[in-house]
Design a protein around this ligand. Structure first.
Ligand SMILES: *[C@@H]1O[C@H](CO)[C@@H](O)[C@H](O)[C@H]1NC(C)=O
Ligand SMILES: *[C@@H]1O[C@H](CO)[C@@H](O)[C@H](O)[C@H]1NC(C)=O
Ligand SMILES: *[C@@H]1O[C@H](CO)[C@@H](O)[C@H](O)[C@H]1NC(C)=O
Ligand SMILES: *[C@@H]1O[C@H](CO)[C@@H](O)[C@H](O)[C@H]1NC(C)=O
Ligand SMILES: *[C@@H]1O[C@H](CO)[C@@H](O)[C@H](O)[C@H]1NC(C)=O
Ligand SMILES: *[C@@H]1O[C@H](CO)[C@@H](O)[C@H](O)[C@H]1NC(C)=O
Ligand SMILES: *[C@@H]1O[C@H](CO)[C@@H](O)[C@H](O)[C@H]1NC(C)=O
Ligand SMILES: *[C@@H]1O[C@H](CO)[C@@H](O)[C@H](O)[C@H]1NC(C)=O
Ligand SMILES: *[C@@H]1O[C@H](CO)[C@@H](O)[C@H](O)[C@H]1NC(C)=O
Length: 614
């Protein structure tokens, strides 16, 4: 039994640990955002322009047509914007007909692959509308066997679709900008992983409906980033782009996936791809294999890639470490020039950056845990010792006492990792839309007011871990609350216009499951776990299910309105074990804890109470 460090006052805590009672209740299902089917219809027409009639006909495949008309001298292109109820990803298509006289339909796209290097289109998808009724599916490619004219991107991630009658100069003679186009309906063939009520292997619900909805918004956002490549699932870099993610992103998006659907294969495939690209000096694109192992228990996978891990930690990292100061350096000062290596947000950082050194410490500790599990008894202590010396170097050399924050290139950056750093950050970096990732503009214009939901995950986690749950929830409400009420709504952005549905920004899901529900994995495949809910002031309860190898660990807790009682139920698969903690903090001396009706802790008499699940 572990008592958590959350103060509820002097409480009478009741803990029930009951095997065989599932706390599942279907009420969470109303929060799920996923479309009911792969064919998604728009729901409204936010605007039209120019000579348009019967635009509403587009919403249903009824045999009635919306008509776009344009005379040769009309300045304004007839335009219809169709709106979906939420962000969607896939291939737009027109079900029963898209025809015109000599006319052409153009769609304006958002920031897609074509805007980003693959330039078959200028950011709009063109279709030369034939004179006879036809069905048009927006697929990647160009018409007429011509490889540069009348081109379309195909896959899109959007909430609004703008259809207008116009022509690109470069598409002459295949298109023209005048005439009439009749459209019966438009719909979308949703392509990403369709996370339906049946596919959720984990769920979450708490007494705060807004927080609960953010969990499902995050789940849907993450699902939109899971797609197939060569017939197998992978995680991609934003719903609209079919490329490998920056793998730091997996630190968030993979965790969101482990907590929602049994599709860890998508992570496995990406990690394997990165491991396959290890260089002879040990470098690999950054990867987080430990979480995958922890949540799946995939030992054969770890055994296959263990040599990659050893080479990475024993060759590559020492080659970029300044051994005098025990810190990693980024830049040109060592023999290996890493100044051009990518960073999240393409930050132009170099030197002894806290961010890299903190991640290195974490990687060493996780690798030591893997080595211990695999009985590689010599590597485990080597890596643990090195982790401690890097951590010491961070704390002695990179901590700015005056500002109560860690240096990052002699500036301060998110996430601060100490209690005083957290309060520094809430004072100096707080905005109505979240907390900024830097507290100054020295590294880049606008940095002190720019919010990255990705890196905010680590700050919010630190707040929960440091018993600052009220400030964690305050930050969540500003950051995710802002995204939920501003376009595109529901899905969670990466930042700016590059992606409005990005898995790396879904950390709210992970913190709600791991802190508010309180479930974390402490052994591979969750065969060992910890259930230690953080009670946020005013919250009456939470419940949920966390996927495990044996079928799921369900937890449900309620806190009395007077703040004096707390009751938790946990139901874990047979053969697993864990610790359950109740949130009593400094009030522990007056607390009584019962387990299955038996007193386990009474008025300050300590004792570890082990419950075996038979
Ligand atoms: C936890 O936070 C509460 C409320 O902010 C505070 O009163 C308490 O002292 C903190 N407990 C610990 C162990 O830090
Ligand atoms: C804890 O149990 C003891 C012994 O049964 C009892 O005297 C005490 O009042 C209880 N404390 C609380 C806070 O309920
Ligand atoms: C399940 O949820 C519904 C709707 O919120 C509620 O009415 C019902 O009492 C709940 N049942 C259980 C067993 O918790
Ligand atoms: C709109 O288009 C229709 C069909 O071509 C035409 O009859 C009508 O005059 C146009 N209206 C305007 C205002 O241009
Ligand atoms: C939708 O996409 C799937 C997968 O690409 C495809 O198999 C299916 O035929 C498409 N359906 C329509 C109506 O385009
Ligand atoms: C470090 O970065 C700064 C700013 O980008 C640059 O001016 C400097 O040359 C870099 N130094 C090294 C050693 O890479
Ligand atoms: C390593 O750190 C020491 C102490 O700060 C410094 O004198 C030395 O120049 C550094 N070496 C490199 C290669 O940056
Ligand atoms: C590690 O050693 C223990 C004890 O000998 C053994 O039970 C376990 O199977 C070993 N684990 C692996 C992954 O080889
Ligand atoms: C997850 O999916 C894999 C592969 O389809 C299957 O073998 C496994 O049993 C599933 N696990 C759970 C917990 O449903």
């Amino acid at each position: 039994m572990i008592l958590c460090n959350e103060l509820l006052g002097t409480v009478s805590a009741l803990l029930a640990f009951i095997q065989g009672v599932k706390s599942a209740n279907a009420s969470w299902k109303k929060y799920v955002r996923t479309p009911n089917s792969r064919i998604v219809l728009p729901v409204h027409i936010p605007s039209t322009a120019g000579n348009v009639s019967n635009a509403d006909a587009l919403l249903t495949p009824s045999g009635e047509y919306a008509i776009l008309s344009r005379a040769t001298n009309d300045f304004t292109a007839p335009t219809i914007v169709v709106g979906f109820s939420l962000n969607v990803v896939g291939f737009p298509w027109c079900e029963t007909g898209l025809f015109g006289t000599t006319e052409y339909l153009t769609k304006i796209s958002d920031f897609t692959r074509s805007d980003n290097g693959d330039t078959i289109t200028p950011g709009t998808d063109q279709h030369a509308v034939p004179a006879k009724p036809s069905t048009w599916i927006d697929v990647h490619g160009c018409a007429n066997g011509n490889e540069i004219q009348v081109c379309a991107d195909g896959l899109h991630d959007f909430r609004y679709l703008k259809i207008y009658l116009d022509a690109l100069d470069s598409d002459v003679p295949y298109t023209s900008s005048s005439g009439q186009v009749y459209i019966d309906s438009i719909s979308l063939n949703y392509t990403a992983f369709l996370g339906t009520l049946e596919t959720f292997t984990g769920w979450f619900e708490c007494s705060d409906a807004e927080l609960t909805q953010y969990w499902y918004d995050a789940a849907y956002t993450n699902d939109m980033n899971i797609d197939t490549f060569l017939a197998d699932y992978v995680i991609i870099d934003g719903a609209k782009r079919d490329r490998d993610p920056y793998v730091g992103d997996l630190a968030v998006s993979a965790r969101s996936l482990y907590h929602t659907h049994n599709k860890s294969i998508a992570v496995r495939n990406i990690l394997a791809d990165l491991a396959d690209h290890q260089r002879s000096d040990g470098w690999i694109p950054p990867a987080s294999i430990y979480d995958y192992f922890l949540h799946t228990g995939d030992t054969s996978y770890i055994l296959t890639h263990y040599p990659v891990l050893e080479k990475l930690l024993n060759s590559w990292y020492p080659s970029v470490t300044n051994t005098t100061i025990n810190l990693l350096l980024k830049g040109t000062s060592l023999t290996v020039d890493t100044s051009s290596y990518g960073d999240y947000a393409f930050l132009p950082r170099n030197g002894s950056i806290t961010y890299y050194n903190a991640l290195y410490t974490l990687a060493l500790r996780n690798a030591a845990a893997i080595a211990t599990y695999l009985n590689h008894t010599s590597s485990a202590p080597t890596w643990s010792t090195r982790a401690n010396s890097v951590a010491d170097a961070i704390n002695t050399q990179l901590w700015d006492l005056a500002a109560s924050a860690y240096f990052d290139l002699r500036l301060h950056s998110q996430p601060p990792e100490s209690v005083s750093g957290l309060s520094h950050w809430s004072q100096s970096a707080s905005f109505p839309y979240g907390n900024a990732f830097y507290d100054s503009d020295a590294l880049g214009a606008g940095f002190s007011s720019r919010v990255y939901a990705f890196i905010s995950y680590f700050e919010i986690s630190a707040r929960f871990a440091a018993n600052a749950s009220a400030s964690a929830v305050d930050e969540i409400k500003r950051l995710y609350g802002w995204m939920s009420v501003n376009d595109p709504g529901v899905t969670i952005m990466k930042g700016g216009f590059t992606s409005c549905a990005h898995g790396r920004s879904t950390g709210v899901l992970v913190v709600l499951t791991e802190y508010v529900l309180g479930v974390t994995a402490t052994g591979v495949g969750l065969n060992e776990w910890s259930v230690r809910p953080v009670v946020v002031a005013g919250m009456e309860g939470a419940r949920g299910l966390v996927p495990t190898l044996g079928g799921g660990l369900s937890v449900s807790w309620t806190a009395g309105r007077d703040g004096l009682e707390f009751e938790a139920m946990a139901d874990a698969p047979v053969g697993t074990q864990g610790v359950v903690g109740v949130p009593v903090g400094l009030g522990f001396l007056g607390v009584n804890v019962t387990v299955d009706g038996t007193v386990a802790w009474e008025g300050g008499k300590s004792g570890k109470h082990t419950v075996s699940v038979a």
